[in-house]
Design a protein around this ligand. Structure first.
Ligand code: URA
Length: 235
């Protein structure tokens, strides 16, 4: 594939924009500067830099973001910056989207991708993908509240009680709660229905994939094949 087209497929703009990046000496291929927009390369395994940033060709992209508080999972945020402002432009050009949403005050693991099928799979309530949250509660969490969360709590507008798949006390005010649905404010509403209140909420895992402790708040990483396999390990 011509270099100009390759860069276009990776989100670096229109063909004229990619051509200009290449002709202005801002692109290297396999460590060597390349200013020929029509140079031909195999996409698979293609490694390049744009303005010094090392990249490899990716047909589809999968990311994990450590979402900070006070960011909205929306392209049109109302009160806070958008999580999309934490991503480089080429990923936005690729139309990377969040897989589901976290509330503006919720922190932790947010997946993003340009793979529509992946978004569908991981957002589908039918798949019952476990999502684990660390919940800081306003009041000390007692055994009755944990039992209620495990047995199922009745939420307004829901036909049936919703139960946590798991719930463990970590300390007086901290529990680890696993849910398999993705309803609006689900964890906050469940904890309120059990007689407590969420003070802080962090998502720490989805499926078998855990937010890496080394990923700083506000930063993202590529999910590679082994991470995706991990993610798909459920139960
Ligand atoms: N449940 C909530 O209440 N908020 C979130 O952001 C995610 C799950």
């Amino acid at each position: 594939m011509e270099l100009e087209r390759l860069l276009r497929s990776q989100g670096f703009g229109s063909r004229p924009e990619c051509r200009s990046l290449i002709c202005n000496g801002r692109v290297t291929v396999n460590g060597v500067p390349c200013d020929d927009p029509y140079a031909d390369f195999q996409p698979e395994g293609f490694s390049f830099t744009v303005d010094g940033q090392p990249l490899v060709f990716r047909k589809l992209v999968y990311l994990a973001l450590n979402k900070p508080a006070d960011y909205e999972c929306s392209h049109k945020p109302k009160h806070h910056p958008s999580v999309y402002s934490l991503l480089p432009r080429f990923l936005l050009t690729r139309n990377v989207q969040a897989v589901g949403r976290l509330d503006e005050d919720t922190t932790g693991l947010l997946l993003l991708t340009d793979d529509g099928q992946f978004i569908h799979t991981y957002s589908s309530p039918k798949k019952k993908i476990p999502k684990v949250y660390l919940v800081t509660a306003k009041h000390s969490v007692d055994d009755l509240q944990i039992a209620a969360l495990l047995a199922g709590v009745q939420l307004n507008d829901e036909p049936l009680p919703i139960a946590a798949a798991a719930c463990e006390r970590i300390s007086d005010h901290l529990i680890q709660l696993t849910v398999t649905e993705g309803k609006y404010h689900l964890v906050k509403r469940m904890v309120a229905a059990a007689g407590n209140r969420v003070e802080a909420l962090q998502r720490v895992s989805i499926g078998g994939y855990c937010l890496p402790a080394s990923l700083p708040i506000g930063e993202w990483l590529w999910l590679e094949a082994d991470d995706l396999a991990q993610l798909a390990c459920v139960g």
